[in-house]
Design a protein around this ligand. Structure first.
Ligand code: SF4
Length: 217
């Protein structure tokens, strides 16, 4: 006789935390098999542990906390098996992903604003105001990221986590938001990165890049 379904309800704790879209999709996949229960519990515990750690770090220095998260995500990337990275299509000069909606936290915005001041990078506030009004869910002349200059990210060392963890494995032509639907893109997934990025969602206010940035200017 076939086994009854494990559960139609989310596992306990599943809804306790905000998580990134990629991690939510992964958890949903794991929940299809009861044998994955301990993995799900481990992920939820890690999110909780990171939340505690990030709260402590933020109480001391909010900017430094983001820098440490950025470093950790770069480290996760470096130590990921080559096998996982082999189909990645992203390369310098390809900027299609700089026209899509990006979410950031308030502390990330503060880090970026300070970086711009220190490096005399001008932020076009009037463009940002128009962009915030129009939104970026639909492609328009206001979809370009304010920091994309001469086909390069002008704030690369402090780019948001959303940009830092965005690696595409599908045909780069699909990244052209002016012609395609954004959810056609298949990306690289690193569970450690998504867990850490999810923890940040639970300790800091997040929102659209342009709106959060404007509130810091
Ligand atoms: S911050 Fe940099 S990487 Fe991110 S969308 Fe803007 S230009 Fe692109």
């Amino acid at each position: 006789m076939p086994e009854l379904p494990y559960s139609f309800e989310p596992v306990p704790g599943y809804n306790a935390y905000k998580v990134t879209t990629m991690l939510r999709d992964y958890l949903e996949l794991l929940m299809e098999n009861p044998e994955n229960r301990s993995t799900i519990d481990q992920i939820l515990k890690l999110i909780n542990d990171y939340i505690v750690q990030l709260k402590n770090l933020r109480a001391q220095n909010r900017k430094e906390t983001i820098l440490q998260i950025d470093q950790a995500i770069d480290h996760f990337w470096l130590r990921a098996p080559e096998e996982n990275k082999k189909d990645i299509q992203c390369k310098s000069g390809c900027t299609a992903c700089c026209f899509i909606d990006v979410e950031i936290s308030r502390d990330e915005a503060k880090l970026i604003v300070d970086y711009c001041q220190e490096n005399e990078i001008e932020i076009d506030k009037s463009y940002l105001v128009e962009q915030a009004k129009a939104g970026r869910k639909t492609f328009s002349s206001l979809s370009r990221c304010v920091f994309l200059k001469n086909n390069m990210c002008s704030i690369y060392p402090v780019r948001p986590i959303a940009c830092r963890k965005h690696w595409v494995k599908t045909d780069p032509a699909l990244c052209d938001f002016s012609n395609n639907v954004i959810n056609q893109i298949g990306g690289y997934f690193d569970v450690n990165t998504e867990i850490l990025a999810s923890a940040l969602l639970n300790v800091d206010e997040t929102g659209s890049f342009e709106k959060i940035l404007l509130s810091e200017l």
